[in-house]
Design a protein around this ligand. Structure first.
Ligand code: SF4
Length: 250
């Protein structure tokens, strides 16, 4: 599916965060080419001047000047902090290959000794493995909401496959980078298989249910996955994952 691209100017890079343990977030893009059906970040359209009526996943606004803006912000900071990439887009969505904005921001943060935390669905993060290794404190997480790539395909149409994500985690870990997985939202899955595939590649996992049920309810029912919408499914699956991952579950 074609994605409408628009280059825009931003006035800020570091945004104060309410996420526990994270001081700042950086979102180099407004919109996300991965276009997950259940995406929680759809509300971001209201901040767009150009795509308020567009479908999520079909536009991306590229904050072309964000690296320069960040450079200025870091120069004015008296102390270092921690930054999370990203809260309302994937920092390694397909356009990052061309624009390298995440990379540019990471270079600056590394040079200033900031803590870096990344959450993505894309093995494109491997492009920056050397840079990440040289950061003072860096961890990389992958969203792995199911072990079943056929389910991923239907819900995250433009995102990389589950095996590719797990392989990327494995390579990052092998390179000495701290890795984790966000098992969220818990989609239909085989928890035993997911644990077997994922556990060797991560230091820890975090688990979260499907929070925006109304966005996918009809689709889930059409696919015969209605059972996975219930609170009971969420409770049972989380309990099973916590048991399997043991001390790795946070
Ligand atoms: S990768 Fe994340 S931000 Fe992008 S569409 Fe999927 S859930 Fe939304």
């Amino acid at each position: 599916m074609a994605v409408a691209i628009r280059e825009i100017e931003t006035r800020s890079a570091l945004v104060r965060s309410r996420i526990p343990g994270v001081e700042f977030v950086i979102n180099p893009y407004l919109g996300c080419g991965h276009g997950c059906r259940y995406c929680y970040a759809v509300f971001m359209r209201r901040y767009s001047r150009y795509h308020r009526e567009s479908r999520w996943g079909e536009f991306v606004e590229v904050k072309k000047n964000i690296v320069g803006i960040l450079a200025g912000e870091l120069a004015r900071k008296r102390k270092t902090g921690s930054v999370f990439f990203s809260s309302v887009c994937d920092p390694y969505q397909p356009l990052e290959k061309r624009y390298q904005l995440t990379r540019g921001c990471l270079e600056l943060l590394r040079n200033h000794g900031w803590e870096i935390s990344i959450l993505t669905r894309s093995p494109l993060v491997l492009r920056d493995i050397r840079l990440l290794r040289s950061a003072l404190d860096c961890r990389v997480g992958f969203s792995i909401p199911t072990d079943d790539d056929r389910i991923r395909e239907r819900l995250e149409r433009a995102a990389p496959s589950i095996p590719a994500r797990i392989e990327a985690l494995r390579r990052l870990r092998e390179a000495g980078i701290r890795t984790w997985a966000f098992i969220a939202p818990m989609l239909p899955m085989d928890p035993v298989r997911l644990h077997r595939l994922l556990a060797p590649a991560v230091e820890y996992v975090m688990i979260d249910p499907l929070n925006y049920v109304s966005r996918v309810e009809g689709f889930f029912r059409n696919q015969g996955w209605g059972y996975a919408l219930s609170r009971e499914y969420g409770r049972k699956t989380r309990r099973e994952l916590r048991r399997l991952f043991g001390k790795k579950a946070r």
